[in-house]
Design a binder for this molecule. Sequence first.
Ligand code: AMP
Ligand code: MG
Length: 338
Amino acid sequence: MAPPVTRQRVTIQCVLLLTLALAPVLARAEWVYHRGDMMGTSLRMAVWHEDHDAAQAAIDAVIADMRRINALMSPYVADSELSRLNAHAAREPVAVSAELITLLQQARAVSETTGGAFDITYASVGHLYDYRHGVRPDASAVKQRLPAIDYRHVVIDADAGTVRYSQPGVRIDLGGIAKGYAVERAAGILARHGVSNAQISLGGDTRLLGDHRGRPWIIGIRDPRDAERTAVRVPLADEAISTSGDYERYFEEGGIRYHHIINPDTGASPDSVHSVTIIGPSATRTDAFSTSVFVMGVDRGMAFIEDQPAFEAVIVDSRGRLHYSSGLEPGDDTEGAE
Ligand code: AMP
Ligand code: MG
């Protein structure tokens, strides 16, 4: 494919028929592993440490922090700060932690740079979908609630430490940014525990600390229509990589796939791409950007990423075609085979 470019950062290797490349790499005694459920998805960690107990203590600290974030930000936890906002903020300002205020400000900044493609108030309509039970709002319910989707309705008063909603019917959900935030924090926690090589993956959001002991980590991007197949493998160190896909939570009805990413302009799921992967220096932003670019589609989404010098994208469109941002160079298939 394309010859090397001057600002090339990583080489992409297409291995259309290979299974996940990560498994054999992770089978070493020096690495301490964790697998579990967290924030409604799967948590996986690989941590390098000379001292097994110290590695376990670092892993435990990450798990405790993720539980704390979930208790603060989950819409499914009745007394989370986020639930309290959704219950009361349309009537009066609600006092919340400085941490939540900071994340709300970061979400707002992403809304501004993405022209509203990322919008946590998508939940004003989004909460009417129940993907597990195949429930969706009808057109009139969507139309009626659509005006409540607008990130500007969330009024943050950082000095007072409060948040209010300027309209009735507004709801927020941090599902498009909180997992990235959690793995970004995890990298910091592990580093403070003396870890310099680790991988933390929470659902589709991965943060890498250092490399894989002298070689890059190899991160597989799955084929969005076949969980057993890896579409692309990316060698990476010290970066974050997030994938948003239409296969995570969805149901189909009348040939339409209703999935968990919502276009704030329409209240419906975008159908022009199947998955979006973003690579960059912060998992909080790769997470939010992957959701954003999913909403924007190939042309607008790629133009947005080309404007962000530190970030790269791999998009699988609705015909299964791969699109790469200009800082990525696709390699050849044989090189990618291990
Ligand atoms: P991700 O897997 O990171 O793409 O996040 C998907 C999650 O982001 C969904 O489950 C929703 O919680 C949330 N979400 C959906 N649509 C949007 C949107 N347009 N802006 C912000 N968050 C969204
Ligand atoms: Mg995301």
